[in-house]
Design a protein around this ligand. Structure first.
Ligand SMILES: [Zn+2]
Ligand SMILES: [Zn+2]
Length: 365
């Protein structure tokens, strides 16, 4: 392991205290600003402005405006800069050790989106892992989830109900490609909806490019430009502009964020079929499909089985359940003999990622 002292995060030098009062403080506390490590004086994914923030990943609800300094995985930085503008930010690599006031801090793959990290903090034998958002299945696109042993594990619970069970990505992508090919045969344009950071790129990376041309909504095109700066490579695509020859849309596929549904923008693809790709599609019915013609089960979060595998494999005795089905999931963990707690956070789960919440995608439409 390489040890790095990030220049932005060097603690201020303080004179040695003469009278030391030892008070027991857990390494991590949950505050109104966010998840806090007092010993290192850093917050993890804070939702209010604080001086120093460690960021698990670049989604809008985990990576917010107004922090003095940001530390995140290298691959998150270009996307954060694209979304947040001028920020003071430093990047770190997976497994690199950063030491702040005696606390060992390292980032480990969370398998959620490019750059997404679980953040490990260790001090005097106490180890915490804050997992942000994660999934266990390897999508062949972002670094796959790594199990990190710890005493205290902070987990999301976006899909923390047994009804959420994902198909394999291969199966879902075969369905999407077959649907696109059918639409092409019928002289239709195919529009597939997936949020602009993560889902859209995962779909793009797995399209059968022999079927036809691929067009991108501006928000997705811009996310891709940021990811290309981080070294990601995509199949050939074209950004949709008012000048694009509309005749070219016939038989091609358009990738757009969920907010495109029902907008005037989508009408230019008529006649078209629209599909949506999300974990929510595991629940049947048109309401869930948000009036799309087709729903495909594809999530960047862990399903029920994956959540349980992740929790168990960390070996943690204490589990803190954040955004999602917090109450159901923490009860379940307690019934399994674990010390489980609900933690109130301002993370929004997949709602923010599909653009349903107040803190919407900040990308231009
Ligand atoms: Zn996320
Ligand atoms: Zn989240």
């Amino acid at each position: 392991m390489k040890t790095n002292l990030p220049t932005l995060f060097v603690p201020d030098l303080q004179p040695p205290a003469l009278n030391v009062v030892i008070v027991f403080m857990p390494l991590i506390t949950f505050t109104e600003n966010g998840i806090y490590c007092p010993q290192a004086d850093v917050y993890i994914d804070p939702w209010r402005p604080v001086p120093k923030a460690l960021i698990t990943h670049a989604h809008a609800d985990h990576s917010r405006y107004g922090m003095g300094k940001y530390l995140a995985h290298h691959h998150s930085i270009p996307v954060m800069q694209h979304r947040l503008g001028e920020i003071v930010a430093e990047g770190t690599g997976y497994g690199e050790k950063v030491q702040i006031n005696g606390v060992d801090i390292s980032f480990h793959p969370a398998g959620h989106i490019p750059g997404s990290s679980q953040i490990r903090l260790a001090y005097k034998g106490e180890v915490w892992v804050i997992s942000g958002d994660y999934k266990l299945a390897d999508d062949g696109f972002c670094a796959p989830f790594e199990t990190v042993k710890c005493n205290h594990f902070v987990t999301e619970s976006t899909f923390g109900l047994p009804v959420y069970k994902w198909k394999s990505q291969v199966e879902t992508m075969q369905e999407i490609n077959a649907w696109w090919a059918d639409n092409k045969t019928n002289g239709l344009t195919t529009v597939i909806l997936g949020y602009a950071l993560g889902k859209a790129q995962r779909i793009l990376a797995n399209l059968d490019t022999s079927i036809g041309e691929i067009f991108l909504h501006g928000a997705i095109y811009n996310s891709n430009l940021a990811l290309e700066k981080a070294g990601y490579v995509f199949p050939e695509t074209e950004r949709i502009t008012p000048e694009t020859d509309k005749k070219r849309y016939k038989g091609s596929i358009v990738i757009a964020p969920p907010s495109a549904m029902g907008s005037p923008w989508i009408r230019q693809f008529k006649p078209y079929q629209v599909g949506t790709a999300s974990g929510w599609m595991a629940l049947r019915g048109p309401r869930r499909r948000r009036n799309a013609d087709r729903g495909f089960i594809l999530s960047d979060h862990a399903d029920w089985a994956e959540l349980n595998t992740a929790v168990k494999s960390t070996g943690a005795e204490h589990i803190y359940v954040t955004h999602g089905y917090t109450s159901v999931y923490s009860k379940w963990l307690k019934s399994q003999g674990l010390d489980a707690h609900i933690v109130q956070t301002e993370f929004e789960g997949e709602l923010s990622e599909i653009g349903e919440s107040a803190t919407k995608e900040t990308d231009p439409e």
